[in-house]
Design a binder for this molecule. Structure first.
Ligand code: PEP
Ligand code: MG
Length: 583
């Protein structure tokens, strides 16, 4: 028996036999091309690129309905890379200038790009290196006329097995579902790699970053994958198999119980309604919103529309995307957040990294106000889309009232423009702001007077309150949603919204963290917006507690004098037994 550890990215337990997916490393040929054949070599390269595009388009068509919505997004990223000059023009240049063969020219360029990615400090951008490798690999295989079928399909024997691979491409994940694969583990990838994101969407146990998995595991070997703990057990003892089988059954039962909650109301034992909404990023995410029976979309992050391209999307493109989401939501309200670029959300085509400290620099609403050419088309698109269903606009990272006034002025100007053009829109569309900078929380009463609703973005609020860079691993241990200072700011905001009589939502990660649901209800939060994947679990917590009792504990937490005390009290809140509570 051997146990290896990695990053668990798809929860759940799988017990079965391993299928080791071996994809041989390519042996890239290198030779000099005679001058008379240079044009033919360029043509050979261009054909290989064109073929790669055709293959990806064909794969996109095969995406099963049950595949995670991100799947087509990742395939689109690969298609976009095949349009990128750095990848497709530089090798042509090298073929002509150095009389080198296409495979070598592409390899040289891929190595150069990889070096650039290696130097990046942002882990998200660094993780994009894997996409380049996969796109390059596809073109190389085409150049070398290798069997594409073998590359794009999982073999029959992989059915019903636990896949062990070096890495998986987005194309692989399209077929994972169809093969009823039980789980997958990969040598490469971190918690924010595309493989990890897709695993979460596929809802199968998965572990990435298990360096050496393909060397430790043999085809047909018995394995247990514990996706929650990030543990793979090779050749387990029978006792362990029995233990994991029991845990697996209880997880499955819990899943079924949660499904039964889909149509149950989200109300506490003492009759308090709690509105549970979903956070989305891609139009395809709407499916999970419906699956979770969310009451609305409390946060639609629009940055994805600006990613993996050099120019910002046009007004029409944005309008089309928003209308698609609104129509798919079928009357469920959506809060569209205006562009929150900068700091952890970087896009191609912008050279300004946001100063020496991007998180404190020109980001989110600051950037939008500085660059009206970026902001106005988005506001026009959102307003125009509001003619198709219930929409609210949400401004990220407001830190001064002046910013709110400026945005409101631009919105009014945009409305006048649209009126003049005879374009329909919702004239009463609510405009709200995110409370994610301590300044906005401390003065929430002032912001509440100028805005139609507030939404607490705990991810940034914690970062700015505790002065912890949210993407810096070295200070991660200090990131604490129940630090007394953070809780006080949340509470100030709750009171301000209540006093002003405006709706308040929480849409940061804390809103979907089961550890904090009872505390937040006790503090007075009544609307939470979260990853739709956890919504039913939060609903279960809501339905099994009573706010009256929680309030007493929450008051104690708010008076706590230390982080140790808040943590101990929150543990106590979560242990409260409501089984005898009557309605
Ligand atoms: C937040 O900061 O809590 C939030 C919801 O916004 P984002 O994570 O997109 O910055
Ligand atoms: Mg934020």
């Amino acid at each position: 028996m051997l146990t290896i550890h990695g990053a668990g990215v798809g929860k759940g337990i799988a017990i079965g036999k391993a299928f080791v997916l071996q994809r041989d490393r390519l042996d890239i040929p290198e030779y000099v091309v005679p001058p008379a054949l240079i044009d033919r070599e360029v043509e050979r390269f261009e054909n290989a690129v064109a073929k790669a595009k055709e293959q990806l388009v064909a794969i996109r068509k095969q995406i099963p309905k049950s595949a995670p919505p991100e799947t087509s997004g990742f395939i689109d990223v690969h298609l976009l890379m095949l349009e990128d000059k750095m990848l497709v023009e530089a090798p042509v240049h090298a073929i002509r200038k150095q009389s080198t063969n296409a495979e070598r020219a592409l390899l040289q360029q891929a190595n150069a790009l990889n070096e650039v990615f290696d130097q990046m400090t942002d882990p998200y951008l660094r993780s994009k290196k894997a996409d380049i490798d996969q796109v390059v690999d596809r073109v190389q295989r085409n150049l070398m006329s290798l069997d594409e079928q073998e590359h794009d399909r999982l073999p029959e024997e992989a059915k019903d097995r636990i896949i062990v691979a070096n890495d998986l491409t987005p194309a692989d994940t399209v077929v994972l579902k169809n093969h009823r694969v039980r789980a997958f583990v990969t040598n490469l990838g971190g918690p924010i790699s595309h493989t990890a994101i897709l695993a979460r969407g596929l809802k199968i146990p998965a572990i990435v970053g298990l360096h050496g998995a393909t060397s430790y595991l043999r085809n047909g070997e018995d394995v247990i994958v514990d996706g929650k703990r990030g543990v793979v057990i090779i050749a387990p003892d029978p006792d362990l198999v029995r233990y994991y089988s029991r845990r697996k059954r209880s997880i499955e039962k819990r899943r079924q119980d949660l499904k039964a909650l889909q149509s149950s109301p989200s109300v506490t034992l003492d009759g308090k309604d709690v509105v549970l909404m979903a956070n989305i990023e891609l139009p395809g995410d709407v499916r999970s919103v419906h699956a979770a029976h969310a009451a609305g979309v409390g946060l639609y992050r629009t940055e994805y529309l600006y990613m993996n391209r050099s120019d910002p999307p046009s007004e029409t493109e944005q309008f089309t995307a928003y209308v698609k989401v609104i129509k798919a939501l079928k009357g469920i309200p959506v809060t569209i957040r205006t562009l929150d670029l900068g700091a952890d959300k970087q896009v191609d085509g912008r050279v300004d990294p946001g100063g020496t400290n991007p998180a404190l620099g020109l980001r989110a609403v600051r950037l939008c106000l500085k660059e009206p050419a970026l902001f106005r088309p988005q506001l026009r698109a959102i307003l125009r889309a509001s003619a198709f269903g219930p929409v609210q606009i949400m401004i990220p990272m407001v830190s001064s009232l002046d910013e709110v006034d400026q945005v409101r002025d631009i919105i009014e100007e945009t409305k006048a423009e649209l009126n003049q053009e005879g374009q329909p829109f919702d004239a009463n569309l609510p405009v709200g702001g995110m409370v994610e900078v301590p300044a906005a929380a401390i003065s929430a009463d002032l912001f509440a007077r100028r805005l139609d609703f507030l939404s607490i973005g705990t991810n940034d609020l914690i970062q700015y309150t505790l002065a912890i860079d949210r993407v810096d691993d070295s200070v991660n241990y200090l990131y604490d949603p129940i630090h007394p200072s953070v809780l006080r700011l949340i509470y100030i905001t709750i009171r301000a919204a209540e006093h002003a009589g405006i709706p308040l939502t929480m849409c940061g990660e804390m809103a979907g963290d089961l550890k904090f649901t009872r505390l937040l209800l006790g503090m007075g939060m009544r609307t939470l917006s979260m990853d739709p994947a956890v919504l039913l679990e939060v609903k279960k917590v809501v339905r099994e507690c009573s706010v009256k009792r929680l309030k007493k504990f929450a008051d104690k937490v708010l008076r706590a004098g230390s982080t140790e005390e808040t943590h101990s009290l929150v543990r106590q809140i979560n242990q409260l037994d409501f089984s005898t509570t009557r309605l």
